[in-house]
Design a protein around this ligand. Sequence first.
Ligand code: HAM
Length: 421
Amino acid sequence: MLTTRPTGTNDFLPGESEKWQYIEQLCRQVCAEYGYQEIRLPIFEHTEAYLRSVGETSDIVEKEMYSFEDKGFRHMTLRPEGTAGTVRAFLENKLYANPQPTKLYYIGPMFRYDKPQAGRYRQFNQFGVEVFGADHAAIDAEVIALAVEIFRRLGLTGLTVKLNTVGCAQCRPSHMEELKIYFRQYEDKLCATCRDRLERNPLRILDCKEEGCKAVAKGAPTTIEAACDVCSAHFQKLQEYLDAIGVRYEIDTNLVRGLDYYTRTAFEIVIDSVGSAQNAIAGGGRYNGLLAQFGGDDLPGIGFAIGLERLLLTLKEQGIELPVSTAPAVYVAPLGESAQKEAFVLTQALREKGIYTEKDYLGKSLKAQMKAADRFHAKYTVILGDSELEKGMAIVREMTSGDQYEVQLNQLAEDLEGRLK
Ligand code: HAM
């Protein structure tokens, strides 16, 4: 146990962690260009926050939450997603008092007690955005475009934006009644989970993956058919805005999403390559009414989250190499004790110039140090031997060509700085 990580968690080792940094940096960059600011939130919240938002009938609340009672007997939950915490923070910190909309993003770990498999973990990371205070379909189109832009910059292909409108407080109640009437006729053909959903949340039957339920759901009244005029007009406008910027999408009438807070826009971005079940790389939608459920003013909201593990898996599957490098520009190879100290001073001087420099710490032979420099893929190796030191000189070797030259020690840092520019 001591050397085994918990099921469904991952260690990201050097070599892999640079890719995470690259992706996180890209997300931050795109957010800066679209005007989204970072919010950093607790990793646990009061359990109530998720019951109220994600919803009592969702898989997350029913089966997947890491909940615990703290030493003060308060019910807490490790965050399974980022929307509830962001809504809580928006209200608690009175961000609604600022000019609206408020455009936020977050990056960090989420926790769901799910059955682990490729692309599905118990601790996973999301990059997500949330926008509060804007109802216009242009903002729905903007958040979808932001997600697509991140994937575009990474060079991902085979990506489909699936889009639906899932109704609102006006049109959903009558649609739910219609769905109950419809599905009751086929109750015996539904899976056990959907039979249970029938009275509590029949909408979820629409996106059940069981074949029997899928067949029955085909004939069910869709959310698009049931949409009120306002939802229909909003959905229409969203499509016009996406068309205007060339973001392609497919309408999927069965897409209702697994969290209960969605109203109107619901979307997922799926990639063909990540196994068949775990192909949603991002998901989101509008959640008008959620802020009011938290006791705030009834401001609208919309957002999405990308699953970063799934994103990395997809990059790997598509053979996309991120431009990350861990190679030092300079490797300093001293020979002998007096050279060790000189090498240490030189290493520090190069680092102060912002040059990534490595050195030997183990007193290796010159041959072993040259091997190490090769393994590091260093651009230059500086060889400091006793005879060179006596002359106040060092040998610099350009590693790809093998060319060597001598430089005066007191000019070495400037020389290398100039060559590496
Ligand atoms: P979600 O669809 O539950 O939505 O999760 C978003 C993404 O997180 C998924 O598309 C998937 O890539 C990733 N993900 C979910 N569960 C796992 C898991 N167990 N292992 C690995 N990756 C996973 C939400 O979380 C919403 N809060 C999104 C949102 C923001 N809606 C509005 N604003």
